[in-house]
Design a protein around this ligand. Structure first.
Ligand code: C2E
Ligand code: MG
Ligand code: MG
Ligand code: MG
Length: 283
């Protein structure tokens, strides 16, 4: 009977595995057609300065209007897009769209810096920086209205060529931010020589600052480190006024999160930016 049991389990296991593989294959097919059928969209989440509530940037976040599943978040497809290399094409779409949005908003009198997320596969691609420049130039969008977000882990591992290219982009006026800081393992000696302007405290650092003294101490130390490096500290996933007020006390420069505004479609973002209703208590 033991044998029978064993076979049953193996069958169950291989069925589960087969369906998982089928899901992954289907996701790849769907992602390929999503690029062709223009099913991607961007939403924009503002980042505001704690001292005066000014919008200093907005992060462009990818959304997928899936024909069957409705709106899908990056968590359900970005990893697969990276594994298959499709992120290069999707990423170029993001860059083109952001460049055109920067230019369109400028014509409407909204000078808004937009931040894009860049993944490892994109940076490894030799043509990444060329594609970026071309897109900005074609749209008539100045580099100073662009910000690149690179995760801590990626920043710790990118090549000297990539660092040099990032340096050139900064020389043109673009900003560079380290994303998800606190989730990787930073080499502090390397951190100090990276060509960066801002560091984004990951949600895991911000999450418990109100109720845990230790979490508060970590956030305070990290903000001190960021300032010591001559960078601005940006807190992400700020969900409550209590967190926002505490971050201000800790000297954090900029906040992003539901407590300020959720990621919004373009029209909603423009309305929000124009209303000047920052929903943040300036103190
Ligand atoms: P991220 O760059 O760390 O982006 C911040 C994420 O936090 C976003 O999730 C945003 O919607 C979410 N968020 C904003 N405010 C709050 C808050 O108050 N509380 C909480 N709990 N979450 C908040 P989203 O849009 O699902 O994106 C997830 C990740 O997918 C991003 O993390 C980024 O790593 C990646 N991603 C998004 N768009 C792109 C893209 O165009 N290209 C690449 N390569 N990656 C992207
Ligand atoms: Mg980001
Ligand atoms: Mg982040
Ligand atoms: Mg994060």
């Amino acid at each position: 009977q033991a044998k029978g049991h064993g076979r049953g389990r193996v069958e169950q296991f291989s069925e589960a595995l087969a369906s998982q593989l089928a899901d992954r294959a289907q996701l790849e097919i769907d992602l390929r057609s999503a690029v062709e059928r223009d099913q991607f969209a961007l939403v924009y989440q503002p980042q505001v300065r704690l001292t005066d509530g000014a919008i200093v940037a907005a992060e462009a976040l990818l959304r997928w209007n899936h024909p069957g599943d409705g709106l899908r978040l990056p968590g359900s497809f970005i990893e697969r897009a990276e594994e298959t290399g499709l992120i290069v094409e999707i990423g170029q779409w993001v860059i083109d769209t952001v460049a055109m949005t920067i230019a369109r908003w400028s014509r409407m009198g909204i000078e808004q810096r937009l931040a894009i997320n860049v993944s490892r596969r994109q940076l490894d691609h030799a043509s990444f920086f060329r594609g970026l420049r071309q897109a900005m130039h074609a749209a008539g969008a100045p580099a100073r209205l662009l910000e690149l977000e690179i995760t801590e882990t990626l920043a710790m591992h990118c090549s000297d060529d990539v660092l040099a290219a990032i340096g050139e982009l900064r020389a043109d006026g673009a900003l560079v931010a380290i994303d998800d800081f606190g989730t990787g393992y930073s080499n502090l000696a390397r951190l100090k020589v990276l060509p960066i302007d801002r560091i984004k405290l990951d949600r895991s650092i911000v999450e418990h600052i109100v109720d845990h003294a230790e979490a508060r101490a970590v956030a305070q130390a990290v903000i001190g480190l960021i300032h010591g490096l001559g960078c601005q500290a940006v807190a992400e996933a700020v969900e409550s006024d209590a967190q926002m007020n505490l971050l201000r006390v800790l000297g954090c420069d900029v906040v992003q999160g539901y407590a300020v505004a959720p990621p919004m479609a373009e029209a909603a973002f423009v309305d929000w930016a124009r209303a000047g209703d920052r929903a943040i208590s300036v103190g």
